[in-house]
Ligand binder design. Structure first.
Ligand code: CA
Ligand code: CA
Length: 278
């Protein structure tokens, strides 16, 4: 029906994931369930409600990845009291802004909580987790390992819908991109951040994103953070391949995350049960 596209998308709600998985009969992500609306852009919409969680199937990685960064509203279903705070008087805490000021340990606990919500409904071997740094980069590059130089392509400055630190911000002490104005001095709603050819939003702008993995020359507590954010302006920082590592118990006002629904990659760190006591 629609197999000619390598990447497919569907909006999944908490209540419809079980139906989706059962409809797939093990061939997860291959065909839309009966009754699903399929758009011209090959996006599958099961049910659109404020509870929806949007995921895209990525053939190259054989997993689902979040179409958007996790929002404050979504994260507060797990941690109702979470406050993403402000940056120099600008709110980071609106419902549709990406959640920030969360540690790697907290976002891993969020994945475990998601798995608990979907317990006994996920495909065998599949769990909600963070994408690895390599998976994240493959999604940012739309599978093309040679190009582009930046998440949006090879031109400079970035298109006006990619959220970095442009002339709209001009915070003292922060560099800015000349001739760029995206209208958002800090994080923007996830649905209006930059979008790539795989229709993934914010993968390379808006907020930088915690990922799974590590580096051999660093202690295990250091975790990768991929992509640039609303506070970045320098070309090398916005380039593909840039990553930073930070302790799993630290947080920043420009670092959030997105989830993946993929095969379990490390039994020892399997995120199956939530941290009730957080
Ligand atoms: Ca901006
Ligand atoms: Ca991002």
């Amino acid at each position: 029906m629609i197999r000619n596209h390598r990447v497919t998308c569907m909006i999944i709600t908490m209540c419809t994931l079980a139906r989706l998985v059962m409809a797939e009969g093990g061939a997860f992500g291959e065909q839309p369930p009966a009754g699903a609306r399929v758009s011209l852009s090959n996006e599958w919409t099961l049910v659109e409600t404020e509870q929806s969680l949007s995921l895209r199937w990525v053939e190259e990685c054989q997993f689902w990845i979040g179409k958007y960064e996790i929002t404050n509203k979504e994260y507060r279903k797990f941690a109702p009291k979470h406050d993403s705070g402000t940056f120099r008087g600008h709110s980071l805490n609106e419902d549709q802004q990406p959640v920030v000021n969360v540690t790697w340990n907290e976002v891993w606990a969020y994945c475990r909580w998601l798995n608990e919500q979907y317990r006994d409904r996920l495909p065998l071997g599949y769990v909600f987790r963070l994408p690895t740094a390599a998976e994240w980069e493959q999604c940012a590059q739309c599978g093309n390992r040679r190009q582009p130089q930046y998440p949006w392509g090879n031109v400079w400055p970035p298109p006006s819908n990619w959220n970095y630190q442009g002339e709209e911000g001009a915070f003292e002490g922060l560099p800015r991109i000349d001739n760029h104005n995206d209208g958002f001095p800090v994080a923007c709603p996830v649905g209006v951040s930059g979008v790539n050819h795989w229709n993934l939003h914010g993968i390379g702008d808006n907020v930088a994103e915690w990922c799974y993995g590590g580096r051999r020359d660093l202690p295990r507590r250091y975790k990768p953070i991929m992509g640039a954010s609303w506070k970045d302006a320098r070309g090398n920082r916005l380039s593909m391949g840039w990553a930073m590592y930070m302790g799993a118990n630290r947080s920043l006002p420009w670092v959030g995350f997105r989830v993946a629904l993929g095969q379990q990659i490390d039994g020892k760190n399997r995120p199956l049960t939530s941290d009730k006591g957080r």
